[in-house]
Design a protein around this ligand. Structure first.
Ligand code: ATP
Ligand code: MG
Length: 586
């Protein structure tokens, strides 16, 4: 299966930002040579339901036979209607499911399951594919409506964004989901790029005039950035906070200075802290039963909290009918007494509303903000990252005044300026289009892990451990040697490749599988060391058996792009050997 991508035919860049909480798309025509490239977005998500937004909730509703029913605001609304008075348990409703790929760090199986709110599970790949299919169809339709063009598959370069801190398997899972969604076929794999969210956002921020950053509206100049200038991009999303640090090169392209870092410290943690608060006040058991019995009301309760938390002042959340009546059935006390006897300072109940003081709201943000701030401080303290002049805060969570203040205060004694673009939550998706237009903008990256392959060598007494000793074909060998291709924190140039060679083991051998291992250790000795993972399985076809055991194959790994790429050459026939790489555990 040769890759038939012909990128010369690309006319349109189409990007999908698949977020933990919100998703959207954007596109631009490649033949548009204007300096300020017009980037089109759908600004009417949820219009039929009275919303108007550039992104829609990443919520998927499937029917009893796993058929697609709705996505986004419509999915939330239809699910609410379906589950009114507990009538329906047959539909599958999914939200916040992107974090499944973060949580399964290390080993991601192709068939990992996702649990819907009705308690039933479906393969995650199917749910991701439904969402991607809906978004890509919506985008194609928007292109048709706005330009009258019916764009053929080979004319589109698709970009899907992922957190930079995701491992290779998680990134690959998104690619597989895109194949399943029919966005591109495997034969045209180069028509799909995976963009790293903070990298994409950096491209967007760099081209903005200063007046487009908050608090700088009167300054008309462009954002002056010169070669050697260093900046940090902190993408604060719903699920993850993802940080990248760049330096501008002499030619205007960008060098990554530190491997992507971050953690699961996104805005949904504030929601979890609110849930913990409810547990504390009303009891874990009660809240658990309430969520099971009234899933739809719970979705509404959380939607109200979502709006209320944004102001960063005191917040009132209605406890809906189901909550109140269910509580009355389970406790003889009235609600106001239950709330006051929980002894949580700053929380009270009156007129059907749970009232939280400003201090309580801040306390829901505090632990997650502390993690983000401490992470940024540790990066700024790293001597390799000295002279960072600018921190760009992007992602929807950067709309939080509490978050901006926490970070600004934390760096106030330094020369670092903190800039938040007006459209912080759209920086990733608009930047993804810019990345699709110029995928070579980031010329050097820093390896997030150490990569290598397994090899054998002559066994040396006293040097190699005895348990690694094997005798084969009259030779005494040491097995499981980790043959390092790339070390964690090594700098890799965009198209630079690292090679390994192997010979056929049998005369009639028609293929081979080579395992790519990875670890966070700098200098591992064996592929069996603690912390070692199988990152990918490379399969190489060797159909021409003429050379017998003399046949040598070279595998080239390219590590400097957003995904690891692999190619192989039969060194005997000098022909390209067909290869596939699979990052997912089966
Ligand atoms: N003013 C605000 N105050 C607090 N939180 C906010 C505010 N505005 C948005 N958020 C939070 O930001 C998050 C959404 O941000 P964004 O759309 O960037 O996330 P995402 O792309 O869905 O997630 P990820 O990038 O982690 O996959 C949500 O958790 C939302 O509650
Ligand atoms: Mg995001």
């Amino acid at each position: 299966m040769a890759d038939k991508s012909n990128l010369l035919n690309v006319l349109l860049v189409a990007a999908i930002d698949f977020g933990t909480t919100f998703s959207g798309y954007a596109f631009s025509c490649l033949n548009d040579e204007k300096k300020d490239v017009p980037i089109y977005l759908n600004k009417n998500w949820g219009q039929n339901l009275g919303f108007q937004s550039y992104k829609a909730p990443t919520s998927v509703l499937l029917g009893p036979n796993r058929e697609f029913v709705a996505f986004g605001f419509e999915a939330v609304e239809r699910y609410a209607v379906l589950t009114e008075n507990e009538k329906d348990k047959s539909h599958y409703f999914f939200e916040n499911f992107k974090m499944k790929l973060h949580a399964s760090h290390g080993e991601i199986k192709k068939d990992i399951p996702l649990t819907a709110t009705n308690g039933m599970t479906l393969p995650a790949l199917e749910v991701f594919a439904h969402a991607l299919k809906f978004l890509s169809n919506h985008l194609r339709n928007a292109v048709k409506v706005s330009s009258g063009l019916v764009t053929k598959a080979e004319n589109i370069r698709w970009v899907i964004t992922v957190p930079a801190i995701w491992n290779d398997a998680a990134k690959h899972f998104m690619r597989e989901a895109a194949y399943k969604a029919g966005i591109v076929s495997r034969n045209y794999k180069n028509h799909l790029l995976v963009a790293l969210e903070p990298e994409a956002a950096s491209l967007f921020c760099r081209q903005l005039p200063v007046s487009h950053f908050r608090g700088n509206t009167s300054c008309p100049t462009s954002l002056q950035m010169d070669p050697q200038d260093r900046y940090m991009v902190v993408d604060c999303g719903g699920g993850t906070v993802d940080v990248t640090v760049h330096e501008i090169r002499d030619d205007g392209s960008v060098r990554e200075l530190h491997r992507p870092t971050g953690g699961p410290w996104g805005g949904t943690n504030v929601d979890s802290n609110f849930n913990d608060l409810l547990d504390r006040i009303f009891g874990q058991e009660f809240i658990k039963h309430y969520r099971n019995k009234y899933p739809q009301e719970n979705v509404q309760l959380m939607a109200e909290f979502e709006m209320r938390k944004r102001s960063a002042t005191d917040a009132n959340v209605h406890l809906n009918y189901g909550f109140v009546s269910f509580l009355k059935n389970t406790s003889p006390q009235n609600i106001a007494d239950i709330v006051s006897s929980a002894n949580v300072e700053g929380v009270r109940f009156s007129s059907g509303v749970l009232r939280m003081s400003k201090e309580v709201v801040q306390s829901l943000f505090q632990p997650v903000l502390a993690q983000i701030v401490s992470h940024i401080q540790s990066l700024l303290a790293n001597p390799k990252l000295s002279n960072i002049k600018t921190i760009f805060l992007v992602g929807g969570f950067s709309d939080s005044p509490l978050l901006v203040k926490a970070i600004t205060d934390a760096v106030s004694s330094s020369e670092v300026r903190v800039l938040v673009p007006e459209e912080a939550s759209l920086a990733v998706i608009k930047g993804a289009v810019l990345f699709g237009r110029n995928p070579d903008a980031i010329q050097e990256r820093v390896s997030p892990r150490t990569y290598g392959v397994r090899s054998t060598t002559e066994f040396k007494e006293g040097v190699h451990p005895l348990e690694k000793k094997v005798v084969a074909h009259g030779l005494t060998l040491c097995t499981d040697i980790f043959n390092k291709l790339l070390e964690v924190d090594d700098v890799v140039v965009l198209n630079e490749s690292k090679s390994m060679e192997f010979r056929a083991m049998r005369d009639n051998q028609e293929g081979a599988t080579v395992y790519l291992f990875c670890t966070s250790e700098k200098n591992p000795s064996f592929t069996t060391d603690d912390g070692m993972d199988i990152c990918g399985r490379v399969h190489v076809d060797m159909p021409d058996t003429c050379g017998g055991k003399e046949r040598a194959i070279e595998i080239k790994f390219t590590f400097g792009k957003t995904e690891i790429d692999v190619q192989a050459e039969d060194l005997t026939s000098h022909s390209r050997a067909f290869t596939t790489i699979d990052f997912l555990h089966s």
